[in-house]
Write a protein that binds this ligand. Structure first.
Ligand SMILES: Nc1ncnc2c1ncn2[C@@H]1O[C@H](COP(=O)(O)OP(=O)(O)OP(=O)(O)O)[C@@H](O)[C@H]1O
Length: 325
C-alpha cells in the first residue's frame, strides 16, 4: 500500500554526529510544521541503501533525508537498486545535517533546518538527472549512482582524506583545507585517456570533476556550467599543475572562474569514460569508489527533488512538476 506519510531517513553520523545530537530538534520541527512522518536511522555505513530499498517496498514514495551528501547518495542508490517502483515515482526532500552539504547549494536550499523544512512544505519539485557509474575491475563490475558530482584523481584523494578526518570527529571547512594540503603533498598526476561521448582525449591528470550539480568539497564550484536538469554532465579536467597554479586559482575554485586557467579544459557530455594503466582514485557525492576503469552516463530526469529556487535549472520541458500527494 502506498504510504502518504513522509519517510525520514536520519544519519546520526552526518555532520560529525550532528545527526545524533539534533535528532530531537529535527523531530520537534517536523511536528511543529505538521508534517506526518515515520523516522528511521542508519545504524552503520551504507545502511541507508538497504533502508531506502525496504521502505520503498513498504510503500513510501516521499523521502526526507536528514543527513549530508553521502546519505543522499546512499538513499538514491537504494532507490535505484530496488524494483518495486520506478525512481521517477520517488520524491526527495533534504534537511541538511552534513559537513559539506554541497548538493543543496545548486538547489537553493539553505543550510538551516527550519528553512529547509519550510521549503519541503512549499513542495516545489523538479526531476533532476542522475549519474550512473560503471566500474570495471579485473574481478567484478560495480554500478553506483550519484546525484551531485563525481571526482577523480586529486579530488577523490582529498575526499577520502576528508572522510577519514570526519570519522575522527573533525568538522567544518577546516576538514577540506586540511585534506587539500595533505593530499597535495602526496599526490602524483597520472597519464590518462578519457572519452567524451566516445571522442578520445589524453592528458596528465591532476583532477577531474563530473557534475550534475555545480559544487563539491564544501562549496567549491568545480563544475560551474553544470545544470541539474539538462541531460548532460559538465566535465572539468585539470591537467598537471604546480602549487603556485593551485594557490593562484584558489578563490576561482569557489566562484568557478578557475576554469579559465590554461590548465583546465571543460566538456559537456552524456557519457564519459576514464582509462589509465593504473586505476586512479574516484569518488561520487564525496563517497569513495572502488578503483577501476570508470564509465559515467547521465540518466536524464530520473528522480524528483524538492528545491528552494530554480536559478540554476534549464527549465526544459522535461523538468516537469510532480505535485506531492
Ligand atoms: N550509524 C552510522 N555510523 C557510522 N557511519 C554512518 C552511520 N550511518 C551512516 N554512516 C556513514 O556516514 C557517512 C557520512 O554521511 P554524510 O555524507 O551524509 O555526512 P557528512 O560527510 O557529514 O556530510 P557531507 O557529505 O555533506 O560532507 C556516510 O559515508 C555513511 O555511510
Amino acid at each position: 500500500m502506498i504510504q502518504s506519510d513522509w519517510l525520514v531517513i536520519l544519519n546520526p553520523h552526518a555532520g560529525s554526529r550532528r545527526g545524533a545530537h539534533d535528532k530531537g530538534k529535527i523531530m520537534k520541527l517536523l511536528k511543529k510544521h505538521k508534517i506526518n512522518f515515520h523516522m528511521v536511522t542508519s545504524d552503520y555505513p551504507r545502511h541507508a541503501i538497504s533502508l531506502a530499498g525496504e521502505m520503498v517496498a513498504a510503500g513510501y514514495r516521499n523521502i526526507i533525508i536528514a543527513g549530508g551528501d553521502g546519505t543522499l547518495n546512499e538513499v538514491v542508490n537504494g532507490v535505484f537498486q530496488q524494483d518495486n517502483c520506478p525512481p521517477e515515482e520517488v520524491t526527495i526532500g533534504m534537511i541538511p545535517v552534513g559537513t559539506g552539504n554541497d548538493w543543496i547549494r545548486t538547489f537553493g536550499i539553505p543550510d538551516e533546518y527550519k528553512k529547509a523544512i519550510e521549503i519541503i512544505l512549499e513542495g516545489k519539485t523538479i526531476r533532476q538527472d542522475v549519474g550512473k557509474i560503471t566500474i570495471r575491475r579485473p574481478t567484478e563490475t560495480v554500478t553506483r549512482y550519484f546525484m551531485n558530482m563525481a571526482g577523480f584523481g586529486f579530488d577523490a584523494m582529498t575526499a577520502a582524506r576528508a572522510n577519514r578526518l570526519k570519522d575522527k570527529g573533525k568538522s567544518g571547512i577546516r576538514v577540506y583545507i586540511h585534506s587539500l594540503v595533505s593530499s597535495y603533498l602526496s599526490y602524483r598526476s597520472r597519464r590518462l585517456r578519457y572519452f567524451v561521448d566516445e571522442k578520445p582525449f589524453e592528458t596528465v591528470l591532476f583532477s577531474a570533476s563530473v557534475g550534475i550539480g555545480k559544487f563539491n568539497g564544501g562549496g567549491m564550484m568545480q563544475a560551474p556550467g553544470a545544470i541539474p536538469d539538462n541531460g548532460e554532465f559538465q566535465v572539468t579536467v585539470i591537467r598537471r599543475i604546480g602549487l603556485w597554479g593551485i594557490l593562484r586559482n584558489f578563490t576561482g575554485l569557489y566562484n568557478g572562474s578557475f576554469i579559465q586557467d590554461k590548465h583546465v579544459t571543460t566538456h559537456t557530455a552524456r557519457q564519459i569514460r576514464f582509462e589509465s594503466d593504473k586505476p586512479i582514485p574516484g569518488e561520487s557525492d564525496g563517497e569513495t569508489l572502488k578503483r577501476g576503469h570508470y564509465t559515467l552516463e547521465i540518466l536524464p530526469g530520473k528522480i524528483n527533488v524538492i528545491y528552494g529556487n530554480d536559478r540554476y535549472f534549464s527549465r526544459q520541458p522535461h523538468a516537469e512538476e510532480h505535485p506531492l500527494k
